[in-house]
Design a protein around this ligand. Sequence first.
Ligand code: FPP
Length: 246
Amino acid sequence: MKTGSGGEEAPLPRHVAIIMDGNGRWAKARNLPRSVGHERGVEALRKTVEGARDLGLSHLTVFSFSTENWRRPVSEVNALFGLLKMYVSQDLKKLKADGVRIRVLGTRAGLPEDVRLLVDQAQSETCHNDKFNLCIAFNYGGREELMRAARQLAADVVKGVADLDDFDEESFGQYLDTRGLPDPDLVIRTSGEMRISNFLIWQAAYTELVFMDVLWPDFRPKHLNEAIASYQTRQRRFGGLAVGSL
Ligand code: FPP
């Protein structure tokens, strides 16, 4: 990874988010069912969480199931529910011991009761952890999140709890699933597709994007390092001017 001209380390992104794409193609290339691609995807996720922690990142968000993924066959949707339950139930003890805080972003609407209970348990049992933040976007869609936030805001205005006159971007952020989290500095998408696919569309307004050809089940910490090295070459201006250009 890059160091600055004086030998100092270039800053790490505070928050990395990943669109884990390509499980289906990985399985198809091996004549395996798509569900096997998703299973291998969980393995890649485990390795990535370890890699992110080893690197010293503080926030990792992964896109595991979108509000649009309901359009897939029921068997695949159920396989993804099963994998979330397996991941949370098998890894919760270790994640807790490692000081990882888990948050699940997205709507609970439509999720089976057992998935909802497990998600709530994982969040409440890790809510005091602060060594690393793992956010799992599950049944998540950026537009759905914004609609839910807008509806809640409207309800609060009617109740007199929110005042539109002193409402700004920061206070709107409190209505989003990501409240309290820094915006992602870097979004990585695997599998060669170059889209944002309704992922963190408010939060990623100024994020740096890295698209990688690797299919998600083959993603390893070295790919995370490569993406971060690319991020470290970027000049972030947030709509302003580069330092020294005036
Ligand atoms: C996109 O690949 C991936 C998904 C829709 C699911 C991502 C899920 C995992 C990595 C495993 C589950 C993890 C948890 C924590 C539940 P795709 O299936 O669209 O691949 P394709 O574009 O090649 O068909």
